[in-house]
Design a protein around this ligand. Structure first.
Ligand SMILES: C[S@@+](CC[C@H](N)C(=O)[O-])C[C@H]1O[C@@H](n2cnc3c(N)ncnc32)[C@H](O)[C@@H]1O
Length: 349
């Protein structure tokens, strides 16, 4: 007997575990659906108003039947919605894949579904060799590959500025008002530096970056209204950081490198730093025990993407800093599992 009189029947088949594994196994499909949405600029096409499949197919140069399948999947994923007359519109999440949304994640979708996705496809290479898969797949390490491809470099920089709510939280923990100069080392296009300068009205900023990023940073700082308070310095942070500042920022830099690379960067900063100077480091910390957290996923992402890159525990950062003549002072939790570490020069014994 089935139906309302049978209490077991309404529960349906017990396929929970299988569904869970299928959900995990199809993660790549979701990444690719969002990547296609970003690549085809569906977020931008729908930003003004909903459109039907035929219009979208014309705008994106795609096959209407195939596109319909994608659009329906994106409705299921919560990125799109169907209007009463059958057209497709953006949800709040979907709107984040439009290029000109203030919190756009389009750059991230292009990176994670593009070059990073291809590198992840060779995860086993990384696991067998301990080396990054990106170099194996693309024939060059991540940053060297970007340096030779301006368009991809721009996409990467946009992806680094995306989803960075933790930048804003830095100024809740640190009072920058006494700083005259704040230097962001490897500061990308300056999103974090601008946040800091907005909170420290009399401070000037220095953005130190690889030479190929400088012009794009100049453009971004100009658009953000910070350019007239900033000096841009091209250089190599492994060799020298020729910048005198009261506060130095190293945001998501150390996790890109092996211990020797981190020591080189930290020593270069320590050499440049005046006695009263302070270093702020933003990273996701690996949990000390069995705790969960975003760092676990990014630890694997770093393995796949960059030679020697990895997330570290607080103790590991303390040790690296000590090796560069710096003393870890404090740590503050920021959104999205990011931690802000502060360090000062270790006093001479
Ligand atoms: C992971 S991104 C972090 C960017 C930024 N700090 C943030 O948190 O958004 C690393 C940055 O380091 C820069 N970089 C890589 N190698 C460098 C080098 N040798 N000297 C200076 N900057 C470098 C890259 O161009 C990139 O912008």
């Amino acid at each position: 007997m089935t139906g309302a009189l049978d209490p077991g029947a309404d529960a349906g088949p017990d396929d929970h575990a299988q569904r869970e594994v299928l959900h995990l196994l199809t993660g790549a499909w979701r990444t690719q659906a969002l990547h296609a949405m970003a690549e085809l600029r569906i977020g931008d096409h729908l930003a003004g108003s909903p459109a039907d499949t035929r219009q979208l197919a014309d705008l994106t140069g795609t096959d209407p039947g195939a596109l319909t399948r994608l659009l329906c999947y994106l409705v299921g994923l919560g990125m799109l919605r169907r209007t009463d007359d059958g057209r497709f519109g953006l949800t709040r999440a979907g709107a984040l894949l439009a290029d000109d949304h203030p919190d756009s994640l389009r750059g991230l979708a292009l990176m994670y579904g593009g070059p990073c996705y291809q590198a992840w496809g060779s995860l086993l290479h990384s696991l067998r060799t301990g080396r990054d898969a990106f170099s194996e797949v693309f024939g060059a390490p991540f940053f060297a590959y970007l340096a030779a491809r301006p368009e991809l470099s721009e996409t990467f920089q946009r992806s680094m500025s995306a989803g960075t709510s933790f930048f804003g939280a830095v100024t809740e923990h640190i009072d920058f008002n006494r700083a005259r100069v704040v230097a962001d080392i490897g500061g990308g296009t300056g999103s974090l530096l601008c946040e800091v300068l907005r909170a420290a009205e009399s401070a000037r900023g220095v953005l130190f970056e690889a030479p190929h990023v400088i012009e794009e940073a100049r453009r971004h700082l100009g658009e953000s209204g910070c350019l007239d308070r900033c000096t841009l310095v091209p250089g190599d942070f492994f060799a020298e950081v020729p910048v005198t500042a009261d506060v130095y920022l190293l945001s998501r830099i150390l996790h890109d490198w092996d211990d020797d690379g981190c020591l080189a960067v930290l020593r270069a900063v320590a050499r440049a730093m005046p006695d009263h100077g302070r270093l702020l480091v933003l990273e996701r910390l690996m949990p000390e025990g069995d705790d969960d957290g975003l760092a676990l996923a990014w630890n694997l992402h770093m393995l796949v993407t960059l030679p020697g890159a990895r997330e570290r525990t607080l103790a590991e950062y303390r040790e690296l800093m000590a090796g560069a003549g710096l003393t870890l002072e404090a740590s503050h939790a920021l959104p999205l599992d990011v931690t802000l570490l502060t360090a000062v020069r270790t006093p001479a014994a």
